[in-house]
Ligand binder design. Structure first.
Ligand code: ZN
Length: 82
């Protein structure tokens, strides 16, 4: 059986008949590096998006409150007091 690199086509193992696909050391390294980089990038993106900085308004929150703060100082009228 003949084995060739599925990425660059380099012959990994000469033989007759069927052709099987593998990965050569060069492509393996490139692939591994690209894979690890993709993992790191994704982790970084998720971390950045995961938690907004303290004090940041929640998306859509200000608009929903009509621009007023949700829990700012305001006159509270409590029934029964006074
Ligand atoms: Zn290759």
């Amino acid at each position: 059986m003949r084995v060739v690199c599925a990425w660059c086509g380099a012959v990994l193992s000469e033989g007759e008949g069927q052709v099987s696909h593998g990965i050569c050391p060069g492509c393996s390294e490139l692939f591994e590096r690209a894979y690890l980089r993709a993992l790191r990038d994704r982790a970084r993106r998720q971390r950045r998006r995961g938690r907004p900085p303290a004090g940041a308004p929640l998306p859509g929150f200000e608009a929903a409150m009509g621009g007023r703060p949700a829990c700012g100082p305001r006159s509270v009228t409590s029934a029964g007091a006074g």
